[in-house]
Design a protein around this ligand. Structure first.
Ligand code: SAM
Length: 270
């Protein structure tokens, strides 16, 4: 007799997909095929895992819930070949542990909403190992990721994701596609890591990340005030940016110019 499923666990953000048409759309967006190195985050009861494994023949999955991780192979058929289950917190998981993937990993999943933002930052730090990411996220998080400057949703998450990746919003899904239904709508997005040309790249990515974080840490402050520990008014003016402006008016390219000027000033001082 098949083991009964444990009830959904709120602390792990468990909302399981049950709508076959939605599952098919997400799998189509991922486009699994043999030879691709696919990593699924949070396979849960296997709604996406089964069709992904069938099409790709091999799959690594990372699941924190021990009970679900242990049940997964049996749910997909007796010891399905090509399925590797990593029972751990994805925030501690590094793609490099999986060995080499010459064309990069495809990282996919219906993400647990409670960790989606830290998880995206965790993956951006490994972007050079990734070919593409297809995620289902809370719609509001997808809105923040895709937001342009001068928009209420535009912030640190938008700048950091758009610096590292091309962003495509694919489609939005209502709560009825999940068990239990979440209180919010969900959006499927594709993030494709971009290889920036030399002139568009941050000279020092740690500086870039720190400048963006500080600039948005107090949204009401002008750049002059928010960045006073990093640079002075002349440095900001020197790259053609108004020191009286606020962070949400700067494009990703503006942030690159600003952090490059700061990196250059640091080199001069040292
Ligand atoms: N993929 C399944 C589906 O679409 O039906 C489940 C999606 S459910 C929204 C999120 C899944 O991520 C759950 O299986 C949950 O246990 C798992 N999860 C939550 N936090 C996690 C973490 N930190 N590391 C790995 N998996 C996690």
């Amino acid at each position: 007799m098949a083991a009964s499923l444990p009830p959904p666990r709120k602390r792990y953000g468990q909302h399981f997909l049950h709508d076959p048409a939605i599952i098919a759309r997400i799998v189509e967006a991922i486009g699994p095929r043999p030879g691709r190195r696919i990593v699924e985050i949070g396979p849960g009861r296997g709604a996406l895992t089964a069709p992904l494994l069938e099409a790709a023949c091999a799959l690594d999955v990372v699941e924190i819930d021990r009970e679900l991780a242990a049940m997964l192979p049996a749910r997909l058929g007796t010891t399905p070949q090509g399925l590797r289950v990593h029972c751990q917190d994805v925030l501690d998981f590094r793609l490099g542990e999986l060995g080499t993937a010459p064309s990069g990993y495809d990282v996919v999943g219906n993400l647990p909403y409670n960790i989606s933002t830290p998880l995206i930052f965790h993956l951006l730090r490994q972007a050079d190992l990734i070919r593409t990411m297809v995620f289902m996220l809370q719609k509001e998080v997808a809105d923040r990721i895709a937001a342009p400057p001068d928009n209420k949703q535009y912030g640190r998450l938008s700048v950091m994701v758009q610096y590292h990746c091309l962003v495509d919003r694919l489609f939005t899904i209502g709560p009825g596609a999940f068990t239990p239904p979440p209180k919010v709508e969900s959006t499927v997005i594709r993030l494709t890591p971009r290889r920036r040309a030399a002139g568009e790249r941050a000279l020092n990515e740690a500086d870039f990340s720190a400048v963006v974080a500080r600039a948005f840490s107090t949204r009401r402050k002008t750049l002059r005030n928010a960045l006073r520990d990093f640079c002075n008014t002349e440095d900001i003016l020197g790259v053609g940016i108004d020191p009286g402006a606020r962070a949400e008016t700067l494009s990703v390219a503006d942030f690159v110019r600003l952090s490059n000027a700061i990196a250059t000033v640091r080199c001069r001082v040292m």
